[in-house]
Design a protein around this ligand. Sequence first.
Ligand code: FE2
Length: 443
Amino acid sequence: MAAATQQELPFHLRGNYAPVHEELTAFDLPVRGAIPPELRGLYLRNGPNPKSGSSPHWFTGDGMVHGVRLENGRAAWYRNRWVRTRMLEDPSLSFVSPDGVVDRTIGVANTNVIGHAGRIFALVESGFPTELGRELETVGLCDFDGRLTTAFTAHPKRCPKTGELHFFGYGFFPPFLTYHLLDAKGRLVRSLEIPVKGATMVHDFAITERHVIFMDLPVVFDLEIALADTGFPYHWSDDYGARLGVMPRDGGVADLRWYEIEPCYVFHPWNAFEDAEGRIVLDVARYPELWRETANKFDTAVAHRFTLDPKSGRVREQQLDERAIEFPRVDDRRGGTRHRYGYAVAAVGGADEGFRGLLKYDLEKGGSVEHDFGPGRATGEGVFVPAGRGEDEGYVLSFVYDAETNGSVLAILDAHDFAKPPLATVALPQRVPFGFHGNWVAD
Ligand SMILES: [Fe+2]
């Protein structure tokens, strides 16, 4: 690896995708601007950071969580820690044995980090959650007292009304898809196998006040790649078809109804809700296709709305914008209910500039406001943190990389006045590699 020039490396090992090599702890970080004093908690973000310095695919590097603690208008500390998984300690481990047995205790824990029921979990969709402490130390694997027997998605959905956490697990082998529910106290209270045609990559899903929505999309498991261990074992299928499954939250598979849609892939929805006519509206970042040739190729997604009509059984599809986006987020207090605003990373400086900014879409009335971090900069997912009752009363937090300094900051934007310069930027003691998802864990 040392001999390879930057240009010979795959994208995920170059520039700010490349891993960092040290775990740092820094206190009282320098701040430009003023951190809103009501922000008391942890901003956490997970992402792949292969300890060996290399991984076959961006998605397969060891998880590392970067965290900043905010309190009383101060940035009290920054920490970055690898999630201490079995794989980190022994890289020769694989979660699928040569005879096809899957071990959910083996995984990279690199995709998301959430708080639920007073606990913090690092998540990857191939295995069990790993619990972390409040200083990002690894506590250990969690299988909910032995009740969880499948993987746990990196994208569970909390119902803001009940405090329950809806999630699912998917796998290469049957059962391909299983729906689960944690109650507000964090107990696994329901598991239900969802019948699908085959093994596809099911990255995320959505809930409404009364339903859960599964995405059964044509990126299918590739046994050849898996056995050869040559990359991420999924590819686009022209034959599989695409559909959305809607199941009442208080129902079972007999009530599950599938809606055909145009073939596409969706990693991430913004949110879903039921309108006054009982239609289900699902807003997403949609790829017209994904990984036709190779899973190491960059495809791009745009904002898209599905409206599912239970009376006709049909789906209305609307492309909402032309700009490349990803990492859609809403005010999580709106989870499952009507949202107006949606945030996303966006190529605001043009496709060559990467994700230089964040967009705030008005998904109800149309239009968008962009926050451009400027040339040479690139942002990760923007996480909305509420600070008032209104849907955009609060802040949007993200890590922003600056190629000129090869460093990163935590940027705090005013969600309501989105285009104006950040309210505060917190200088971090090292760059934060581009990663996946995170959340605000309030005190
Ligand atoms: Fe994701």
